[in-house]
Design a protein around this ligand. Structure first.
Ligand code: BGC
Length: 733
């Protein structure tokens, strides 16, 4: 085959055979080298910044396509206009809404995470996307963070285990995952400039492990630099994060992408590891002037600096090579399929994740010594459903993760399907439009009349199912700001208490991505934590309520009794939210249960907690040896038996504590878990392996992971608090 192309100097040349960069039988690195050898300096630098809201160019002259991006992380977002944030109004871009990542984390089921990744990757592929902007793996540090619902909880080990299969699943489709937001973007308030101060130890032990696993195990092809600053420099072009750790220590060969508008300096962006600049505005990222993409930091200013000799050519070549590698892996990958969109398989995947993520928090046997859940069909003539979340499309709002789902099954739809005419609905409270918290402009008379109507209905009901919680309105579970208070919004506490005063038979279902204050907790007999459950969420929830599905989710973060108990809030404003300029993570490594355990503060619900409609009995853990040497491993076995009447799934958790150490360590840390499915009466042995790496802490001074010889304790638990058995062993160097 003869091809005619223009050389770098724009003279026509004839090349015999297939051009090396187009030949997908050759290794990617050879193709990258060949493409680079044919490109001008201008073409190489042009690879690195946007040419639309969600696109970056390739090299049109050489027939190298660009990259198309989409949010992420719970579904493929509806098309946005090329040059504005308006939706483009396409009629063929409705997706499957998958459950939020908090729900995925609550399943503690990596197999489901893989199917999540495969399915969302197929949808991205079908929509011709090269990069899917997810998953989010920032650690849950405070229940006020507006974006916790997009992340995988408070524990670095759980987040790491759950993000790896998601990434692998997405990328099997020839679509890049984009792990975000690297790093320390743990709050939305002041996210564009807050300067996070954190010790190396907390960075390595708590905030980086999920990113590290995403890179080293998941082999993610892209990672998104966060908005905030870290130790004085913006994260998106931060030498420590990008050059030293990500590309140095972890050997990342993919692209660092900015969060939208997260670059702030050309020299830093060039030198400190940024490869692709994307943004919200055109002209210099501050305004919407005409077609000013070349005003980006990696646009004309970058080219000028290169020509002035301020940026070494190796840097330019390396950056361009990374983008080309990404293009060959995705948009120019001829081995990928065509994907699929909003089909039954994807709905089934979304449904299964939703059912396994729902967490049963309370189910007391108060009425005739029986719990209210599961609800027996035919047991109640009049079931009152109360609450805005019973009817709300919870895929709307929330910021960049907003979705346009093809199907939405609300809880009320699904409950009516099950119970027919027995269901009556009373809204109870008014929650405002998505993105705008308009509670303050709603006349008190409206609020009061909804309240009174619900109370009157509740008096007549045999059972009340309350469906409340947060929603995706601004300053709730939403990007761009944090929650202003720990309380439930829209006077829900008043309503819940009011209903309980007239009818105690209440099943309370909270939908949120965050812990909330629960002043009525003692009075509520049955409580469910439901997350943003996606397209088929209503059915998943109804199936749990009626016992068609036995709940098996466990909390991926701790619920404090009071906000002040929470480690990020304990040290006052400098720790959260900071003084608007700087912030110090004073709790250091003691995040989540590590804090509650070590400081002996009782949480309302501990990390790893969740009930079932059956019961599980644990045997005594047996350790294969009393001594562990570096390079060897030991085995921990424990039997678990389903002693109840229905089949169920239990998440067996293994924590390890260092009995004596030269530095402060948490009482214990999660090191493994396994979700086991058991029929009534069935017993199974669960085996875990423990190695030196499970015993280490990060030594700031030596900059290495240390395991100190001595006694370690293994805790086998059904949650971080409910420990069923322990065993000890000695570690010898
Ligand atoms: C968010 C990212 C998102 C991007 C594109 C930013 O505001 O922080 O998570 O991927 O917008 O929508």
């Amino acid at each position: 085959m003869i091809q005619t192309i223009l050389s770098g100097k724009s003279k026509p040349i004839i090349v015999g055979g297939v051009l090396a960069y187009l030949n997908d039988n050759l290794p990617i690195e050879e193709r990258v080298k060949d493409a680079l050898s044919r490109m001008t300096l201008e073409e190489k630098t042009r690879l690195s910044y946007a040419d639309g809201r969600f696109s970056t160019p390739g090299c049109a002259r050489l027939g190298i396509p660009g990259l198309m991006y989409s949010d992420g992380p719970h579904g493929v977002r509806a098309e946005i206009c090329w040059n504005s944030w308006d939706y483009a109004g396409w009629t063929n871009d409705s997706c499957t809404a998958f459950p939020a990542l908090t729900c995925l984390a609550s399943t503690w089921n990596p197999v489901l995470s893989k199917s999540y990744g495969v399915a969302i990757g197929e949808e991205a592929l079908f929509r011709n996307k090269s990069v899917l902007l997810g998953p989010g793996v920032n650690i849950y540090r405070t229940p006020l963070n507006g974006r916790n619902f997009e992340y995988l909880g408070e524990d670095p080990y759980l987040a790491a285990r759950m993000c790896v299969p998601y990434i692998q699943g997405v990328q099997e489709n020839g679509v890049a995952a984009c792990v975000k937001h690297y790093a320390l973007n743990n709050q939305e308030l002041w996210r564009n400039h807050i300067d996070v101060q954190v010790s190396d130890r907390a960075l390595y032990e708590i905030y980086l492990p999920a990113f590290k696993a995403a890179v080293m195990e998941g082999k993610t092809w892209t990672i998104m630099g966060a908005y905030n600053k870290v130790r004085g420099t913006h994260a998106a072009h931060n030498k420590l994060l990008n050059n030293d750790i990500l590309k140095g220590e972890w050997g990342f060969d993919g692209c660092v992408v900015t969060d939208w508008g997260a670059a702030h300096d050309t020299y830093e962006a060039a030198m400190y590891g940024l490869d692709l600049e994307l943004g919200t505005y055109t002209n210099g990222l501050t305004s919407n002037s005409d077609l000013g993409y070349n005003d980006y930091y990696l646009g004309d200013a970058y080219l000028r600096m290169i020509k002035d000799g301020k940026i070494p050519m190796e840097v330019v070549e390396e950056k361009a090579a990374r983008v080309l590698r990404l293009i060959f892996r995705t948009s120019m990958n001829r081995n990928k399929g065509f994907g699929a969109m909003a089909n039954e398989n994807h709905e089934e995947t979304a449904y299964r994740i939703a059912t396994e993520g729902i967490v049963l928090l309370k189910n007391e046997s108060r009425f005739d010594k029986k719990p209210l859940l599961p609800i027996q069909k035919g047991a109640y003539k009049r079931i009152l459903v109360v609450g805005d979340n019973a009817i709300r499309n919870l895929m709307m709002g929330g910021g960049s993760s907003e979705l346009k789902p093809k199907k939405v099954i609300t809880p009320l739809d699904a409950l009516k399907e099950e119970f027919g005419d027995c269901i009556t609905f009373s809204q109870g409270y008014v929650a405002g439009r998505p993105m705008f918290d308009r509670a303050d402009v709603i006349p008190q008379s409206v609020i009061d009349s909804l309240y009174s109507a619900a109370i009157e209905e509740a008096k007549q009901a045999d059972l009340v199912i309350f469906l409340g919680g947060l929603n995706k309105n601004y300053q709730q579970d939403c990007e761009g700001d944090d929650r202003k208070t720990f309380e439930l919004p829209f006077e829900q506490n008043r309503l819940i208490k009011g209903i309980l005063d007239v009818n105690q038979k209440m099943v309370l279902v909270l939908t949120s991505g965050n812990a909330v204050d629960m002043p009525w907790i003692e009075k509520v007999p049955s409580l469910i934590q439901s997350w943003y459950l996606g397209s088929i969420g209503g059915k998943a929830l109804a199936d749990v309520l009626i016992g068609e599905i036995n709940p098996s989710g466990k909390l991926p973060f701790s619920y404090p009794v009071r906000l002040e108990d929470c480690p990020a809030h304990f040290y006052g404003e400098i720790s959260y939210p900071g003084d608007s300029i700087r912030q110090e993570y004073k709790e250091d490594i003691l995040v989540g249960y590590r804090w509650y355990d070590t400081k002996k503060i009782k949480p309302l619900f501990p990390f790893g907690y969740g009930l079932s409609y059956t019961e599980f009995q644990y045997g005594k853990p047996v350790v294969s040896a009393t001594e562990l040497k570096a390079g060897e491993s030991l085995e921990v076995k424990v039997t678990v038996k389903n002693t109840g009447k229905v089949a169920g799934k239990e998440i067996v958790q293994l924590y390890i504590g260092d009995e004596k150490c030269s530095v402060l360590r948490p009482v214990k840390e999660l090191k493994d878990f396994y979700k086991v499915e058991l029929q009534p009466g069935e017993e199974q042995e669960v085996a875990f392996t423990v190695e030196r790496d499970d015993l280490t802490f990060f030594d700031d001074e030596r900059h290495e992971w240390i395991a100190e010889p001595g006694r370690f304790k293994i805790y086998i638990g059904r949650s971080s608090e409910d420990i069923e058995g322990t065993a000890t062993f000695m570690y010898c160097d």
